[in-house]
Design a protein around this ligand. Structure first.
Ligand code: BG6
Length: 283
């Protein structure tokens, strides 16, 4: 069932609409501000982290859920950090498909100030049996080609990040953004701890397997090639005003991204990148 804006707790100051869709015993919710998914509830459990609502500053992306990063990643470009898409109002596209939420953003005077290209973005979150897929569609609606980077900056919720394990990245090269160095993941399974981690893994094709003692997820992606792992650790988290004390232990970002080889999109063409989270048997 696709529902109208819920009056749920949100940042009233920003006055943006929240929408929720339900199917297969799960729900997904998101907001037109940034076209951001905010919640995925499966088996009665919230799977996405969200920072405290009273710490969210107006005009910024919610710290949590799945912010859309476009058209640049971090400060790899001449625009604002992680691009403008997460900081502007999108609109909702009415849906007939049960369990699907769709948000759309098209260029306007303000986006053209930040990035001078005509485009259309569509973010689709779709519930299927025991899975959530989130897809970003980018269409070049102009007459000249453009390049972009993009990511779905997913904040997976966990009760304790020190119990989180991730496999599927072993043997991959990564860029360690904390050191500015490239390295090779020796494997076999990445044990996360509560220290800072900030890595861009290149050319990831195999599914990732995540578990933290409470949930087990398989994570796949298409269109995207890179995987970003990010947790600020205690020192950097203390400097983030939209996190509460200890929140860095309550999430790990596993992002599907195109960073190291940006997408080149000819006029009139579209690109689609998708990240899918599937509940594993005992997840
Ligand atoms: O605080 P922001 O702008 O949402 O960024 C959060 C993090 O996002 C991650 O994707 C980056 O790899 C990190 O370097 C960054 O700190």
């Amino acid at each position: 069932m696709d529902t109208d804006p819920s009056p749920g707790p949100t940042n009233d100051r920003a006055n943006f609409g929240q929408y929720r869709a339900e199917a297969h015993g799960m729900s997904v919710a998101g907001t037109t501000f940034g076209g951001q998914v905010l919640s995925w509830i499966a088996d009665g459990r919230e799977r996405l982290f969200r920072g405290p609502a009273d710490r969210h500053a107006e005009g910024t992306a919610v710290r949590g859920g799945i912010p859309v990063i476009f058209p640049q990643f971090a400060m790899r470009g001449s625009g604002g950090r992680h691009g403008f898409a997460r900081r502007v109002s999108w609109r909702r596209v009415a849906e007939d498909v049960p369990g699907r939420l769709t948000f759309m953003l098209e260029d306007d005077a303000s986006t053209r100030q930040a990035w001078p290209h005509p485009f259309r973005l569509q973010l689709e979150a779709l519930l299927s049996p025991r899975a959530l897929s989130v897809a970003l569609n980018v269409c070049n609606t102009g007459t000249a080609p453009f390049d972009f980077a993009a990511a779905l900056h997913t904040y997976l919720r966990t009760d304790d990040v020190t119990r989180a394990r991730l496999s599927g990245l072993e043997g991959h090269h990564f860029h360690d953004s904390t050191r500015g160095e490239d390295a090779l993941d020796p494997g076999p399974t990445l044990t996360l701890d509560s220290r800072e981690i900030d890595r861009i893994y290149a050319d990831v094709e195999a599914p990732l397997h995540y578990e933290d003692g409470q949930q087990r997820l398989a994570i796949t992606m298409t269109g995207f090639r890179d995987v970003v792992l990010w947790n600020p650790g205690p020192e950097k988290a203390a400097g983030l005003p939209d996190l509460a004390t200890g929140d860095h232990r309550r999430f790990i970002c596993i992002e599907a991204a195109r960073i190291l080889s940006p997408v080149e999109l000819p006029p009139g063409e579209s690109w689609r990148g998708e990240q899918v989270f599937s509940l594993r048997a005992d997840g």
